[in-house]
Design a protein around this ligand. Structure first.
Ligand code: GLN
Length: 278
């Protein structure tokens, strides 16, 4: 079994031991904590098949079908962007900022698996959350996760098929939204992504044009219209966009208190702003 971890390590997997354990637990249908030590457990054909796929850099989360995000265990697979740990923080920022509101109206643009929307709804029972997704394959996963969380007792999230840059999107919420949050596609066209990202996350969730900010430009128009005066905007971005995205928000006009925030690794990760009080 140390053999399994070694094979993953040789394939360049970042956390070979953990991945091997999670795949073995998945193959055996037991929680990871039940594995006393991997060296004691006989390999199974199912485990071997999972291991081979992981060596070929299929994302761990596609093999287990699950992705952890804050308190959630989301269903994921081909067709939907696997939520990343660094995005947990922007959800936390939103939750901090709406903690004192009884029924905050929150819109998650480009929700994918539903990670941010469902985390907010799960951690703030009064939140009225709408999750928007344009990708027909991805939104099947959004709906699956939203249904599962509602069945588990969380306040239901409204899932809407639509493009965040559509000027007609969510017209009925114009001027009423407390927070617009998004992890948009922001990867610049010339960036090189790791194989497991480029080959398995949906292109629509990744690529953002020459400077990576094409989708964000449309998003800003939608957000400016949806937000109530004093409402808040939070947008995730790439490491290299810690100056360009705040500058874009400032030059768009209508926003104050533009700030940028690092992730836990200290890299610039999300920009926040407040819609001008009229
Ligand atoms: N952070 C993502 C990555 O690791 C990109 C996400 C995005 O474009 N929203 O590739």
């Amino acid at each position: 079994m140390t053999g399994a971890a070694a094979r993953l390590a040789a394939a360049g997997v970042e956390s070979p031991r953990v991945d091997a354990e999670l795949l073995l637990a998945h193959a055996l249908g037991v929680p990871r904590a039940r594995l006393i030590t991997l060296d004691d457990v006989a390999d199974t054909a199912r485990f071997e098949s999972l291991l081979e796929q992981r060596v070929a850099r299929v994302p761990l989360q596609h093999l287990t079908g699950r992705a952890a995000f804050r308190h959630l265990e989301l269903s994921v697979g081909p067709g939907v962007f696997v939520p990343r740990p660094e995005t947990e923080q922007i959800a936390g920022w939103v939750l901090d900022r709406v903690a004192d509101l009884a029924t905050p109206v929150v819109v998650d643009l480009g929700t994918g698996s539903g990670a941010i929307a469902l985390a907010v709804a799960g951690e703030h029972p009064g939140a009225q959350v709408t999750a928007v997704e344009r990708d027909a394959d991805a939104i099947a996963w959004t709906r699956l996760n939203a249904d599962a969380r509602a069945a588990a007792g969380d306040t239901p999230v409204t899932v809407l098929a639509g493009d965040m840059t559509d000027p007609q999107l969510l017209r009925d919420l114009d001027g009423t939204v407390d927070v617009v949050v998004s992890n948009p596609p922001y990867v610049p066209d010339d960036a090189r992504l790791p194989r497991e990202v480029a080959d398995h996350d949906p292109p629509l969730a990744l690529w953002g044009g020459p400077d990576g900010l094409d989708v964000v430009r449309g998003l800003l128009h939608t957000a400016a219209r949806l937000l109530r005066p004093g409402g808040l905007l939070a947008i995730e971005h790439a490491d290299a966009q810690g100056t360009s995205l705040p500058a874009l928000v400032r030059s768009h006009g209508g926003f104050t208190d533009v700030a940028d925030h690092p992730d836990l690794a200290g890299r610039p990760r999300y920009t926040t702003a407040q819609s001008q009080k009229r």
